[in-house]
Design a protein. Structure first.
Length: 338
């Protein structure tokens, strides 16, 4: 088995921290695991120990650091590495466009290499937030109003204030701003542009942050995220003690069931695969808005999907084992159908 991690996106540190947990748990379960960084290739034991510390830096890589990393990305040469070519299954622990935007998934599929997660189509749809939000709305799911930049003054005015400005294909709230005045719009766009050419403007909805894990087309426990900051930002996400994460969330049975049903609808309408995590905002009036789907959600033991699974009675090692089994079943089923 090979864990594929690292990458050249702003969430590189997050991916490496997740990979440290995944590799440790898989080895403890008896699996032989190799580790490949999409930037530097197969990792020696010493290099693995240096990279997989399990610690996320307080700040993401700078744009200059990211440009340097992208120049070193292996790209299609990845599948020529024996650790990938000969793997029983590849377990991507990656985030951002290069890791979960569909290109990697297409590459692995074309090479006939089984891998965990969603296929290229589902990955690409979920990563294109404008497309995903359109599909949510067509399926009857509420989602905050949005516009792509550049937007007309009329579109911006219609969205109102506060206004979320974010890079469309970057996670972990990197490059994201919540502006209270239109005088702040240009600076917010400039910040988002450091990380992505596609920028989305979104109406800001106040409420409870809720999330639902999906595994094997089944909704897991609903969780609530309560950050110390006004926004569930990068620091709150990856600094211990700055966020309360409550699983299961304090909700009545009907609300829980409704959120789980909406999460399954979002997962299915985006054509996602074996697992995902769907995020919501619930207003004080009880209305739930679907924000986005995460096709390769964080996978440290304390990440939201593992907590959602644990609250549903699925411990972390079992969660990883199921992900691998689902990937192999799908791969062998596809081969048999040919």
């Amino acid at each position: 088995m090979t864990v594929l991690t690292g990458g050249s996106t702003p969430e590189r540190d997050v991916a490496l921290a997740g990979a440290a947990e995944v590799v440790s748990a898989l080895r403890d379960s008896g699996h032989t695991v190799s580790v490949v960084d999409t930037v530097s290739g197969s990792l020696s034991p010493d290099r693995e120990a240096a990279l997989l510390t399990g610690v996320v830096s307080r700040e993401p890589p700078t744009p200059d650091e990211l440009r340097e990393l992208r120049l070193r990305e292996l790209g299609p040469a990845l599948v020529e590495l024996p650790d990938l070519r000969d793997a029983d299954v590849v377990f991507p622990v990656l985030h951002g466009m290069q890791g979960e935007g569909g290109e990697l998934q297409a590459l692995l599929a074309l090479a006939g290499i089984p891998f965990t997660g969603s296929d290229a189509l589902g990955s690409a749809i979920a990563m294109a937030k404008d497309v995903a939000k359109g599909l949510f709305r067509n399926a009857g799911l509420a989602t905050p109003n949005w516009a792509l930049w550049p937007a007309s003054p009329e579109e911006v005015t219609k969205l109102g204030l506060p206004l979320v400005v974010k890079p469309s294909r970057v996670g972990s709230t990197i490059g994201l701003s919540v502006i209270e005045s239109l005088d702040q719009l240009d600076d917010a766009v400039d910040l988002a542009r450091l990380y992505d050419d596609d920028i989305i403007l979104e109406a800001f909805i106040r409420g409870r942050e809720l999330t639902v894990g999906i595994l094997a087309d089944t909704a897991l426990s609903v969780g609530e995220i309560i950050p110390d900051h006004a926004l569930f930002d990068y620091e709150c996400k990856y600094t211990p003690g700055l966020t309360q994460e409550i699983f299961p969330a304090d909700l009545d049975g009907a609300t829980t069931a409704a959120l789980q049903a909406m999460a399954l609808t979002a997962h299915r309408v985006l054509k996602l695969g074996d697992f995902s995590r769907i995020d919501f905002i619930q207003t004080s009036g009880g209305d739930a808005y679907c924000l986005e789907a995460n096709t390769l959600p964080g996978l440290t033991r304390t990440s939201l999907l593992p907590q959602s699974a644990d609250a549903a009675g699925i411990a972390f090692p079992e969660l990883l084992s199921r992900m691998c089994s689902l990937a192999l079943d799908r791969h062998h089923g596809t081969k048999a159908a040919r």
